[in-house]
Design a protein. Structure first.
Length: 453
């Protein structure tokens, strides 16, 4: 029955794998984490079959350092959990086990079989809603997404098992979807995004057959839960190859709805430069192993929309700060319909945006108060990015860089210099109408602005 189902879905692979020595492809256990080895040895020691599978094997073959190690076995979750002191069964769509091995979390899954997209566990578009069918190792290989992710490495025997000609695709540097592409994309539309991400990250060419249906099926992404789209988009942007990936997304027609008005942003020189600078900086930090803030990244991607709405509000007569808040809320509300950005990120994004007008205030105690805010550094980096793209004067970012690095009297001198140097970013304060009975010479209040955090 299983083989008939695989055949109907176009997933029928070889029932017997090609088994080759790992050393032939330059793979050794030096690249395998201690936690993964511990879990494999424990499972095999109890009589189960267990392999490192998926992206870790692919990366070892391509010469990359795996970020994490997933393990596939013929043991069920209920059989796996008692073997380890710290292990937890998780998941609804498919139940698997997280094993805590020291500082590592090793994901252990049971071999799965393909599930018919025509059954009651799929929606009207063919998207699989439940995926809890156990199967053989061959079934498990055939139901994976791309051939390069369907390889199995046994670090005890130091052998690689290949059911689908995956090693040939690795050698040809080709990304090939397993089975009929249209059926597989309908089962899970996120596979289209994953194809673009892996192609850009790994330097693999998407095969013609796998690439052809993407533009036509791109609207299926609207059926994917926004939270899942966000997770995949975050992986895409933090892959270290965001610039190349974004270019491929646009070429394949997959960007619509993920980030509103992205086409318009990239078609305008200033917006395009701002986005490209942000993504290039992110790629550099990822490749250098430095931390990256998703909040900062999404703040840059949506800033063009926020800034346009803000300027429109001010032209319509709204006060600057209320206009900025209204613009932020409108853009984020529209964004949430397609890509659900978690609240913990949205809060930081709003703080970064809200602090931007305060950089124009360079007199009195306001610069000192701005320095003390929790998000000053992120907000300053955002200002520097705006300056590099030509949106704000470079002098403004340079002044704030000097001010934050100065000490004591040097900061006071910078404030004094600023009082005598004409600056296009300064706003003339309108004279306040004196109230009846107000004493002449009473100091005017500071202009309205975001309250210090």
């Amino acid at each position: 029955m299983i083989m008939r189902l695989l055949s109907r879905l176009g997933l029928g692979g070889k029932s017997k794998p090609t088994v080759v020595p790992a050393a032939r492809f330059g793979v050794s256990n030096e690249g395998v984490s201690g936690g993964a080895m511990q879990v494999i040895e424990r499972l095999q020691g109890k009589g189960y079959v267990a392999f490192i599978v998926g992206g870790a094997v692919r990366d070892l073959l391509l010469g990359f350092k795996p970020k994490d190690f997933d393990i596939a076995t013929n043991a069920t979750p209920e059989q796996i959990k008692p073997l380890f002191r710290r292990a937890f069964i998780i998941g609804r769509r498919f139940r698997l086990v997280h094993v805590l091995a020291g500082a590592e979390t090793i994901e252990v899954s049971t071999f799965r079989a393909a599930q018919d997209s025509n059954d009651s566990h799929a929606d009207e578009h063919g998207r699989i809603l439940s995926d809890n069918v156990f199967g053989s190792q061959g079934d498990d290989a055939a139901r994976r997404d791309f051939t390069v992710n369907a390889l199995y490495y046994d670090p005890v025997a130091e052998e690689i098992w290949d059911y689908l000609g995956s090693l040939k695709d690795i050698k040809a540097r080709q990304l090939r979807l397993i089975g009929d592409p249209e059926t597989r994309y309908r089962e899970d539309p996120v596979r289209m995004l994953r194809a673009v991400r892996l192609s850009s990250k790994l330097g693999l060419a998407i095969s013609t057959k796998s690439r052809t249906p993407i533009k036509r099926l791109a609207p299926l992404l609207s059926n994917v839960p926004p939270s899942r789209l966000f997770d995949e988009m975050l992986k895409l942007l933090l892959s270290g190859h965001a610039v190349a990936t974004l270019s491929t997304l646009r070429r394949e027609g997959l960007h619509h709805g993920l980030l509103p008005l992205l086409d318009m942003i990239l078609e305008q020189p200033q917006g395009q430069k701002f986005i490209e600078l942000a993504l290039a900086d992110t790629d550099e930090r990822v490749r250098e192993g430095k931390p990256v803030s998703p909040s900062f990244l999404f703040a840059t991607l949506l800033w063009h929309d926020v800034n346009q709405a803000w300027e429109a509000g001010k032209k319509a007569g709204e006060r600057p700060i209320p206009a900025l808040h209204a613009a932020m809320d409108a853009v984020l509300e529209r964004q949430a319909e397609q890509l659900s950005i978690p609240k913990r990120f949205v809060g930081v994004m709003k703080e970064i945006w809200t602090l931007q007008p305060r950089f124009e205030q360079r007199s009195g105690q306001r610069p000192f108060r701005l320095l003390e805010t929790e998000r000053f550094r992120a907000a300053y980096d955002f200002l520097a990015l705006r300056s590099r793209s030509g949106e704000t004067p470079l002098e403004l970012a340079q002044w704030w860089l000097a001010f934050q690095n100065a000490e004591g009297d040097m900061r006071t001198d910078l404030l004094r210099q600023d009082e005598h140097v004409p600056d296009a970013t300064k706003r003339r304060r309108r004279p306040r109408k004196r109230r009846t009975g107000e004493q002449a010479g009473a100091p005017a209040p500071e202009s309205a602005g975001p309250a210090p955090e």
